[in-house]
Write a protein that binds this ligand. Structure first.
Ligand code: TXE
Length: 479
């Protein structure tokens, strides 16, 4: 594959330095392409292009911009298989997942926000002597920074509402997974979106991400990534009063009550724990089980985990692929070693498991650990890999106390046949979202985001439209 280029002002352009990063395939370790290591001068050019394009773009009507979003959705949909294949190759995830989740959601993000824009109406507040009406103006130039676990899914989740509300943007995708961001730029170029509305600068966090967030002509930052990076982004953006949305890490509990439907719960909790090799911020990486059902659940859970097929991501029979990078694999394996030192017992996994022919890749068997204290490091820190800890509890109060005993507050799930209990327990958890008897059952209209160290702000549905705009009230006195 050819070296990648930045997309600035409607042109694919070379970056200004001579520095490159090798993009490696997680499943094999083989070289895919070179990624530009852009620097502050490339960011300057991209922000200038976005700024120049903003007034004309912002002056279009909602329905005109919705039409552009639909054109992008159509063009992406025509490349559905290409999106899935590139995403699977770049991330190591199974092709079936890349099709069903990544390719599918990337198209639906553009379609969904196109529909929302067409329905968007000014809010009106009547008084006896005046009428207030609220308009949503563009914020200006947005910096959109995305991670490697769901590359195009998350980029499209930001680009669609950001440009839909009249902003222009500079995207900085993860340097580990640049392929589908590059494809989106080719799609945007092909449909003829006005130059400068969407720009993309490749590069790493220090070289490209940090100068983008700090740029004095950037008005808004939407960041999805790790909590430690989120702290740096917040420290850089806050003094300039930039609008800021941070979607950070999670350490989410799946709470299993004895009255659950055991078969569907085991399947649901396995999916919550291991989807995308556990590399989703919403993953249920700590499983809390009511003590009267603990032994039965644990045995069935381990059996289901061991039945997952690990292997070639391009094989449709594969359930689990490779981890994103060698260093991330080392981090995840480090947590398994820590778990052993903390007194944990490995019920399955904990080892590397390299499929034949994939010796250069980053492979790890799905791992289940019991016997750890729920406040141990492995049970409270984000591991972000195929590692789940399992813990018994004896009452609702104890389950909630354990679920709330982390610095994170992003998601969770509750499994019970008593829906009153499901709602009661859900509402007691300090988190942004909870599912009852399901997991990652997404409706694009609902708010998405976390509390505590999982982030600041909400995106999704009208919350995205609010974040990517400035609400302004006009009060008109009656005659
Ligand atoms: O993410 P980073 P990393 C968690 C997960 C993982 C950990 C670290 O626990 O192990 O974070 O992952 C850009 N200014 N999540 O290091 O660094 C970077 O180039 C501006 C959870 O890979 O947060 C990339 O584009 N940008 C998460 C993006 O930030 C900077 C998904 C995310 O990378 C920057 C991924 C800086 N100073 C990891 N430094 C989730 N919420 O789903 C880096 N970047």
């Amino acid at each position: 594959m050819d070296d990648l280029r930045n997309y600035i002002g409607g042109q694919f352009v070379a970056h200004s330095s001579s520095q490159w990063l090798d993009n490696l395939e997680p499943a094999t370790g083989s070289h895919i392409c070179r990624v530009p290591l852009s620097d502050a001068s490339d960011i300057d050019a991209a922000v200038a292009a976005a700024r120049a394009a903003q007034p004309a773009w912002g002056a279009l009507s909602h329905s005109e911009r919705a039409d552009w979003l639909d054109r992008i959705a159509d063009a992406l949909e025509a490349r559905y298989e290409e999106v899935a294949t590139l995403e699977s190759r770049d991330t190591g995830k199974p092709i079936t997942l890349a099709r069903a989740v990544d390719a599918h959601r990337s198209v639906s993000n553009f379609r969904f926000f196109a529909g929302m824009l067409r329905e968007h109406e000014h809010e009106v507040f009547e008084m006896a002597s005046a009428t207030n009406y609220v308009i949503n103006k563009p914020v200006g130039v947005g910096a959109l920074i995305t991670p490697w676990n769901l590359p195009l899914y998350l980029l499209s989740w930001k680009v669609a509402p950001a440009i839909g509300m009249g902003n222009t943007v500079v995207c900085k995708p993860s340097e580990l997974t640049p392929l589908t961001a590059d494809l989106l730029m080719r799609v945007i170029d092909e449909v003829g979106l006005p130059a400068g509305v969407v720009n993309l600068v490749h590069g790493d966090g220090a070289g490209a991400g940090a100068p983008l967030v700090a740029h004095s002509d950037v008005d808004l930052v939407s960041f999805t990534g790790g909590t430690a990076t989120g702290e740096k982004v917040a420290a850089s953006a806050a003094p300039a009063f930039k609008k800021l949305s941070l979607e950070l890490g999670g350490k989410n509990s799946s709470i299993v009550f004895a009255d659950c439907d055991m078969e569907s719960t085991v399947a649901g909790v396995v999916r919550a724990g291991f989807l995308n090799q556990g590399q989703v911020c919403l993953c249920g990486s700590r499983v809390l089980v009511e003590d009267s059902a603990y032994d039965e659940f644990r045995d069935r859970f381990v059996e289901a985990v061991e039945a997952m097929r690990i292997g070639d991501p391009s094989d449709e029979a594969t359930d689990l692929g490779a981890l994103i990078s060698e260093s991330h694999l080392a981090k995840v394996q480090g947590y398994v070693e820590l778990a052993k030192r903390e007194g944990g017992v490995l019920l399955t996994g904990g080892t590397s498991c390299v499929p034949s022919g994939f010796e250069g890749g980053n492979w790890m068997a799905p791992t289940v650990i019991e016997g750890l204290s729920p406040d141990s490091r492995c049970a409270t820190e984000e591991i972000f890999g195929p590692v789940v800890t399992i813990h018994p509890f004896s009452s609702e109060d104890e389950a909630v106390a354990i679920a709330n005993n982390t610095r994170y507050g992003l998601a969770g799930s509750v499994w019970t046949s008593d829906l009153d209990k499901g709602r009661r327990v859900s509402e007691a958890i300090d988190t942004g979202m909870v599912w009852v008897n399901t997991w990652l059952h997404r409706d694009l209209r609902v708010p998405f985001g976390g509390v505590k160290d999982s982030g600041v702000g909400r995106e999704g549905g009208k919350w995205s439209l609010d974040f990517f705009s400035e609400a302004m009230n006009v009060c008109v006195k009656h005659d």
